[in-house]
Ligand binder design. Structure first.
Ligand SMILES: Nc1nc2c(ncn2[C@@H]2O[C@H](COP(=O)(O)OP(=O)(O)OP(=O)(O)O)[C@@H](O)[C@H]2O)c(=O)[nH]1
Length: 390
């Protein structure tokens, strides 16, 4: 459950604690080590500028040695090199590494996160076009669900990704109702009266969703980021974590002109890895008293990570996505988002490397360094500078 659960005992975490293993996975054309691959292609497109909040000094040097994960394969391992700008296929955006959660060596860690037996029901109740300050545009989808009463969100980049539950005709609704709740195709404009969806009450004046499906490029799965709410990092410029930067970078990558398959940020209301803002602030005080991020959670009698991802799986299915490319360093997230019966399959993992590690802006602070170090050392995150270009 996303909600805070202070009654749980330390060690009761859904996942995390301990490092993941690693092994090689055979793929057509060679082998690679998904667990150690932090493939990240720099795409020189500024459709989405780097973090607006840049409180600290931009970094051009490598991260401190303390952040180099000892658990991953050294940079000389075949197949782990990060493509650089010159070699990369720039129009396609960031490169991922193939992953396969159905085999132990598939780059998804060794732990099995506890999953709900049945996916929750979700309904997209409204969507609206959001023009953004970068010029890129996305559609914000707001969902209700059968397990909590929070507004979970999907930020959809690309016009061909549609919500089934949004498009379903509601009993007794008028075309104006449909327009107001966002169940229309194309764009709204003054004077428009028809939603244009198949099965809608009047004939559409616009393309149908079948047209949209026909336009969709078949080759690529969309880029997806499952993001958990972080008020401190996203809204009040905290340098304790890189959540704000990750959210912005995900949106930038999804907005790149070459990203024809589109992108989805599933924004889950599980603040503070599921313990809530109040408890996270207590954890910050414990961190200032010397605990790391995992220890602080455990001292507060929370799991190291109290999150779940069933809602994300259900929302992705509602948005018609059965295969995705996932932006994450967290191996547990890959398994968890696939759902109990692999309803969604993660085909590739795309690494999220802090911008400052790449000399691409971002920020540095001792707090975020400690946060990332704990993720690598205690939570098995696949973040490693060894394979990045020097
Ligand atoms: N309890 C706790 N939560 C934190 C802390 N710092 C950040 N968070 C929360 O951690 C969550 C961010 O995690 P995500 O960005 O989804 O990613 P992740 O699972 O760490 O892995 P990536 O996908 O690789 O980024 C947000 O809910 C933040 O509020 C902390 O010190 N303590």
């Amino acid at each position: 459950m996303p909600a805070s659960n202070p009654g749980k005992l330390p060690g009761d975490a859904t996942h995390n604690e301990g490092n993941i293993g690693q092994a090689e996975l055979s793929v057509p054309g060679g082998s690679f080590d998904p667990a150690s691959s932090t493939v990240d292609v720099e795409v020189e497109d500024d459709a989405w500028p780097s973090s607006a909040a840049q409180p600290s000094t931009p970094l051009t040097q490598e991260p401190p040695a303390s952040l180099l994960s000892p658990v991953f394969t050294p940079p000389s391992t075949p197949g782990t090199a990060t493509p650089n700008n010159a070699k990369a296929a720039l129009p396609l955006g960031p490169l991922g590494v193939p992953v396969d959660s159905s085999i132990p060596t598939g780059g998804c860690g060794t732990k099995h996160p506890r999953l709900l037996e049945k996916l929750p029901d979700v309904v997209c109740v409204v969507r609206a076009r959001i023009p953004t300050v970068t010029g890129a545009e996305m559609f914000l989808h707001l969902y209700t669900n059968s397990v909590d009463n929070k507004d979970h969100l999907a930020l959809v980049f690309g016009r061909d990704i549609r919500s089934k539950t949004l498009d379903t005709v509601r009993e007794g609704e008028t075309e104006m109702d449909r327009l107001v709740r966002g169940a229309y195709t194309g764009r709204l404009c003054p004077g428009r009266t028809a939603s244009g969806l198949p099965g809608s009450i009047t004939n559409g004046e616009d393309s149908t969703s079948q047209d949209a499906a026909a336009r969709r490029p078949a080759q690529a799965a969309p880029l997806v980021r499952i993001h958990s709410e972080c008020y401190t990092g996203e809204t009040v410029w905290s340098a304790r974590c890189d959540c704000g930067e990750q959210l912005e970078e995900a949106a930038r990558l999804m907005s790149l002109p070459g990203n024809e398959a589109g992108g989805i940020i599933i924004y889950l209301r599980q603040e503070g890895r599921g313990i809530g803002l109040g408890e996270k602030l207590k954890a910050y005080n414990l961190q200032d008293l010397g605990s790391d991020t995992v220890e602080a959670n455990l001292l507060l009698r929370h799991p190291a990570d109290a999150r779940s991802y069933g809602l994300a799986t259900a929302m992705l299915l509602d948005l018609g996505q059965k295969e995705i490319r996932l932006l994450t360093n967290n191996p547990d997230k890959i398994r968890a988002v696939e759902g109990p019966n692999r309803e969604v399959v993660v085909k590739e993992r795309v690494a999220m490397v802090p911008l400052s590690w790449k000399g691409k802006g971002g920020f540095r602070a001792p707090e975020v360094e400690g946060y990332l170090k704990t993720k690598i050392e205690k939570m098995g995150h696949m973040l490693d500078m060894g394979s990045l270009p020097r």
